[in-house]
Structure formats: structure tokens, C-alpha cells
Design a protein around this ligand. Structure first.
Ligand code: HEM
Length: 136
């Protein structure tokens, strides 16, 4: 599976859970897990979908193992962070170290993504598919 298709699939699953959390908060008038809802939607839906668009526009990167690892790391970090943040705001403060570790996992995944964005662009190799248009 490519990094972009995994990103899009997981992002849609995350936003379905995130929206259900939002509806649950609104229905119960209990907004205590609001930070978890916000993190799930912004890390799991918005950011992950943006990664997917970036990868889909770069086919060589999209099929690379490191891009897939980046998406998996980001997704695991997001799930653990969301659960830990929800637990903290429900009074289970013992989960704070879990949230801390998850936040470092998410940061590590973002550093991998930063590497993709900042590394020098691969040189364009002339190929048989290159089209030459004569000057008029
Ligand atoms: C069915 C869809 C959704 C429902 C019913 C919903 C509901 C809610 C509720 C009830 C709150 C708490 C507001 C408060 O306590 O002040 C909230 C906060 C928030 N939601 Fe959603 N939400 C939904 C979808 C989304 C999506 C898709 C995103 C992001 C892409 C999002 C991002 C946020 C953020 C960032 C906050 C925190 C706002 C703040 O700090 O005041 N939500 N949402």
C-alpha cells in the first residue's frame, strides 16, 4: 500500500471517530474530552490528509518504505496521544507520561516529514518519456 492511500484511509477513520466524539460531547453537554477531540481531528484528520496529498503528488516518495513508516508512526502517536489526553481530562492523571511519549512519537514522525520536505530534490534524469517541443 502507498503512503498516500494509507494516509487517506486512516484520516477518514480518525475523523469519523473524532466527529462521533464531538457529537457525544454536544449531546451530553460534557466537553471535558474536548482537547482529545481537537487533537484527533487536527492530527488524525487534517494533518494526515495533508501528508497524503503531499505523498500522492510525489510518486517515488509515495512508494518508499520511509514514507509508509512516517504515516504509521504518526498514526500510532495520534491514537495513543488522543487516548492519553482524554484520560488526563477525565481525571486519570497517571497517563501523563504516556501522553508525553506519544507526543515525542508524533514529533519524530514530523521530523521525518521535515526531512522529505527539506532534502534536496532528486536530479531530473532525462527519460524516453520527456517531450521536446521545437522552438518556432
Ligand atoms: C460532527 C462533527 C463535530 C462535532 C459535533 C464537534 C463538536 C465539538 C464540541 C462540542 C467542541 C467543544 C467546544 C467547547 O467546549 O468550547 C469542539 C471543540 C473543537 N473541535 Fe469539534 N466537532 C466536530 C468536528 C470537528 C472537526 C472535523 C474538527 C477539526 C478538523 C474539530 C476541531 C475542534 C477543535 C480544534 C475544538 C477546540 C475548540 C476550542 O479550543 O475552543 N471538530 N468540537
Amino acid at each position: 500500500m502507498t503512503a498516500s492511500s494509507l494516509s487517506f484511509r486512516l484520516a477518514v477513520l480518525f475523523v469519523i471517530v473524532g466527529m462521533a466524539m464531538g457529537i457525544g460531547m454536544a449531546a451530553t453537554q460534557d466537553h471535558s474530552i474536548m482537547p482529545a477531540h481537537a487533537h484527533l481531528n487536527l492530527l488524525g484528520w487534517v494533518s494526515l490528509f495533508l501528508f497524503g496529498i503531499y505523498y500522492e503528488r510525489r510518486p517515488a516518495l509515495d512508494t518508499s518504505r520511509l514514507a509508509l513508516i512516517q504515516v504509521i508512526l504518526w498514526s500510532i502517536g495520534t491514537v495513543v496521544l488522543t487516548i492519553a489526553v482524554a484520560a488526563i481530562h477525565l481525571g486519570y492523571t497517571a497517563t501523563e507520561p504516556v501522553a508525553g511519549i506519544a507526543s515525542i512519537v508524533v514529533l519524530a514522525a514530523m521530523l521525518i516529514f521535515a526531512y522529505f520536505v527539506f532534502r534536496p530534490a532528486p536530479a531530473v534524469q532525462p527519460s524516453s518519456t520527456m517531450r521536446m517541443t521545437p522552438a518556432e
